[in-house]
Design a protein around this ligand. Structure first.
Ligand code: SD4
Length: 325
């Protein structure tokens, strides 16, 4: 570790309170190494703030970073103003809302569900897959059946008023050009480290608006939307799932950190890779968050506009991510 890194680490970790200059340092100097306190929780977009608050309060209650990751994103799954997470999310082109979610802990345990209908908390169903089945991923009707067997309430299949209005509008032209650009996104990816250095993460979404029925994005794909390894760190993704799956985005970031890159450098390298593998780059947005086992963190996106919430026991703030363009 360089003397400068050691110094930053010492001076920030030495202080129990959050230094506001960290947010500015991030804005002004993307290559800067950012040190977070432990526990530290990062989550994507503005809804990350209430999600972090829910996660932190759960962590204080149970001391479990896994519980925190589940409870945190459950808050977003219930947020009626969010059109990309939970049953109130925008539907596919048939008018049906289908959900994807994944959860993972640093020992390699993971679970996910995809293309699931009528389940309010797909993240909790993903946790059931991880903890109660010998499988990693269960999809579609099988996932719904698992939810029923586990006593999850099955919701009536109807669009929220906001989603219905948006879908009716879309149907007028019903152009099949599903995109996630700098305006339409909202998936929540959350990663966290506890005070002992154990990592976990969660990711949940209704996916791409007006997608083909059955389309699954990166969020429930372990290694694409989420990856966690206690030996190294954790990463999560948001944005156009197809572009993220192509580069195994979250796994790539964790492996780059394993090779010695900082979280920030690893996120930047993943964005570069994503840009090199996708030619529709002007039309797509994608962003990554990463934490390493020392509590250093990073974020980077293809286009401007990506932000994330950073929560500790004593603070919860939004930070603007740097971007390639
Ligand atoms: C997907 N990655 O299904 C998700 C969508 C997303 O912000 O992240 N939106 O492709």
């Amino acid at each position: 570790m360089s003397e400068r890194r050691k110094f930053i680490k010492k001076s920030i970790l030495g202080s129990a309170i959050f230094l506001p200059s960290v947010a500015n340092a991030f804005k002004n100097s993307p290559k800067e190494i950012l040190i977070g306190e432990k526990p530290l929780i990062l989550s994507t977009w503005n809804h990350g703030l209430p999600a972090n608050a829910a996660a932190i309060s759960k962590y204080k209650e149970t001391g479990s970073i896994l519980d925190a990751m589940e409870t945190g994103v459950m808050d977003t799954e219930l947020d009626l103003s969010n059109l990309s997470v939970g049953l109130q999310g925008l539907p596919d082109r048939e008018g049906i809302t289908t959900l994807d979610a994944s959860i993972m802990t640093g020992d390699g345990s993971c679970g996910s569900v995809a293309f699931v209908r009528q389940v309010k908390h797909p993240i909790s169903l993903a946790r059931v897959v991880m903890e109660k089945t010998p499988h990693v991923m269960i999809v579609g009707e099988g996932a719904r059946q698992l939810a029923i067997a586990e006593g999850f309430p099955i919701e009536k299949e109807e669009l929220s008023p906001n989603a219905k209005a948006a879908y009716e509008k879309w149907k007028i032209n019903s152009k099949y050009k599903p995109i996630i650009n700098i305006e339409n996104h909202d998936t929540i990816g959350m990663i966290g480290i506890d005070s002992n250095g154990n990592l976990a993460g969660s990711c949940t979404t209704s996916g791409l608006a007006y997608k083909m029925h059955g389309r699954v994005g990166d969020s429930p794909i372990i290694g694409a939307g989420l990856y966690v390894d206690n030996e190294v760190g954790a990463a999560t993704a948001t944005g156009l799932g197809e572009s993220i799956i192509k580069i195994c985005g979250s796994f790539l970031i964790v492996e780059l950190m394993r090779q010695g890159r900082t979280p920030q450098e690893a996120c930047e390298e993943a964005v570069k890779r994503l840009i090199s593998k996708n030619d529709n780059i002007n039309d797509l947005q994608a962003g990554f968050l990463a934490i390493n086992k020392d509590g250093e963190f990073g974020a980077y996106a293809v286009h401007p506009g990506f932000n994330f919430a950073k929560g500790t026991l004593s603070s919860n703030i939004m930070i603007d991510s740097k971007s390639h363009f």
